[in-house]
Design a protein around this ligand. Sequence first.
Ligand code: GLU
Length: 424
Amino acid sequence: MTSTDSMRVRFAPSPTGALHIGGARTALYNWLLARGSGGTLVLRIEDTDRERSTPENVAQILDALEWLGLGWDEGPLSQAERGERHREEVARLVGEGHAYEDEGAVRLRVPDEGATVVRDVIRGEVRFEHSAIDDFVIARSDGSPLYNLAVAVDDRDMAISHVVRGEDHLSNTPRQLMVLKALGAEPPLYAHLPLLHGPDGKKLSKRHGAASVQELREAGYLPEAVRNYLALLGWGADATTTFFTTEDLIERFSLERVSRNPAVFDEQKLRWMNGRYLRELGSGELARRLEDVYGARPGLAVAAAIAQEKMQTLADFWPLAGFLVERRETDECAWRKVMRDGARENLTEARHALAGAEPFDEPTVEAALREVVERRGAKPKDVFQPVRVAISGSTVSPGIFESVVGLGREETLARVDDALSRLD
Ligand code: GLU
């Protein structure tokens, strides 16, 4: 099979928790292969661990895939619901002498000699000596089939052409190949994706920041930026290109260019990349994305346009520009730092200047405030910071002139008046 033939691939999460970054990358790669080859993505929920597989976890995984924009073509199929098929095949393997009963359980016969060789698209040939593998259990004494049996039967029944999954499953592969061989099935091609590490070189875990897709979403990342970043965790079209539209990814992704080496998930890089994606959004689109997070509110679109240049994630919006949407409590530390010495007089002068600025646009507001600086013989920050604290409650905000204009004259003056009365 060449990579231009249409592929049948599958994403097979175990719903024992949220969809983590590694699982999301596996889903993305399978999705790209299916889309790029005009093939099919099967979603198979590996829910045979009845205790840990909850409907909530399944819902969470589907939700995460939908948010990422990774649609599937068949499924979701439940592996647990296919128990009958698995039992049938266990019985057949016993009947044909490939497996035997042992104290009620069923074991697959593993030859004493030779080896099973996994031909992995990414890792090359990986050899597993039979001398190191015992006859292994494929069904428990209560008849319930085991994992490697279920996966092999399902991959065969679903006519999967390529099994693309995390490297942690490489060690299961010889057993699955042995089951497939005993079933008389042609095995799929395998591709085991490199492990994910944190920037410190250790296996990726919670310590490295957002670990699940849900957390990435809550942290304010855009799904298209996450797709782009995840694609680069183990793959690259060349040594330098960083930004890929999803269409580019579909066109250019190939297993041949997936690395064997562990890939590093660095949330700081994702933040940076997300900031680039955010700045490329049209201001109406940015406001729409913010509405999904903060609800539709008056002032949001104006505030979004003002904050856009300074945001890296949607979650950066509120601390930076929430004051443009609603009044917030003053940061007392900022107040004490700024509202001293000549602040009261400077703010009083600024108030007059702003009341008279006509039209109330950026050039006029800027000229008016700079005139106050001049007249008072002050430094710019001695005038701008008191205004900033008065309107935003903090010393951090987007540019002062655009903030004042964005807020509007009436609201600006109301907040400055309140600050002045507190200074009296
Ligand atoms: N259910 C396994 C997991 O979530 C994946 C198995 C496979 O892809 O073969 O790790």
